[in-house]
Ligand binder design. Structure first.
Ligand code: SAM
Length: 243
């Protein structure tokens, strides 16, 4: 008999969790990835094909790392929507924006990625980092993302990946058990960070993500393993004209 999986968290559980960790989320991310998350996020921005003048979307934006990177690319003639359902994460994002003003308008929108308050075919380029894994309905999240993208627009979706070899799997387990959970424990967030392992176990593989993206209606979907396969970027694009 296999070990019972912990029950999947509800949307309210996930929203509460990200509200609680908002004050320390950025510093923990920085410590736990040794600053590498910024390199991977820049790759996602490049793969989204965001360009000057674009209206770009950072879905599940959290404290706004990718929204700020997108803003630098789309420039003063473009605009960025940063969407998240955690009010506390958006407060941190808006405060960062206030401290370092940019010429690009960034609209922070509190909303559910499964039901976006954005017009159909209104977005030129999108990113989603470490958010897909947290959606309670990944298929619906992908369909909603596709709905808001213009024909030809791309989205780059960065997240953890299922390790490709036994060695990388061992490393990932060691990383989660030896670094992530104890560091979070030191900051009084044991339960909050214990969610990463189970959420990764439930997360579709790269091949499954490609299949889900096609089912959601994307014409093109490619999953690129990065960081020795520990992370992955799913790049999707939408040729369909909504008419
Ligand atoms: C791990 S954080 C990633 C934040 C940011 N993208 C980054 O990479 O630093 C995941 C974010 O997804 C948001 N999120 C999860 N499910 C969501 C949903 N259904 N709708 C909107 N935001 C959601 C959480 O509130 C949280 O801020």
């Amino acid at each position: 008999m296999g070990l019972a999986q912990p029950p999947s968290p509800t949307a309210a559980d996930i929203q509460g969790l990200f509200d609680r960790i908002a004050p320390v989320y950025d510093s923990l991310n920085e410590r736990l990835s040794f600053g590498l998350h910024r390199v991977w996020k820049r790759m996602a921005v490049r793969w989204s094909a965001a360009a000057p003048g674009h209206t770009a979307l950072d879905l599940c934006c959290g404290s706004g790392d990718l929204a700020f990177m997108l803003a630098q690319v789309v420039g003063a003639t473009g605009q960025v929507y940063g969407v998240d359902f955690s009010a506390a994460q958006l407060v941190v994002a808006a405060e960062r924006c206030r401290r370092t003003p940019l010429a690009t308008p960034i609209h922070w929108v509190q909303a559910d990625a499964l039901d976006l308050p954005l017009a159909t075919a209104s977005i030129d380029a999108a990113t989603l980092s470490y958010g897909l894994r947290n959606l309670t309905d990944i298929a619906q999240g992908l369909a909603e993302l596709r709905r808001v993208l213009k024909p030809g627009a791309k989205a780059a979706i960065l997240d953890f990946n299922h390790p490709p070899t036994a060695l990388t799997a061992q490393f990932q387990r060691w990383y989660l058990e030896t670094l992530v959970v104890p560091t979070a424990r030191d900051m009084g967030l044991t339960d909050e960070y214990a969610y990463i392992g189970p959420s990764l176990d439930r997360f579709p593989t790269g091949a499954e993500q490609v299949r889900l993206a096609h089912q959601a209606g994307f014409d093109q979907a490619i999953h690129y393993p990065i960081a020795a396969g520990l992370m992955g970027v799913l790049v999707v694009s939408n040729c369909h004209d909504w008419g």
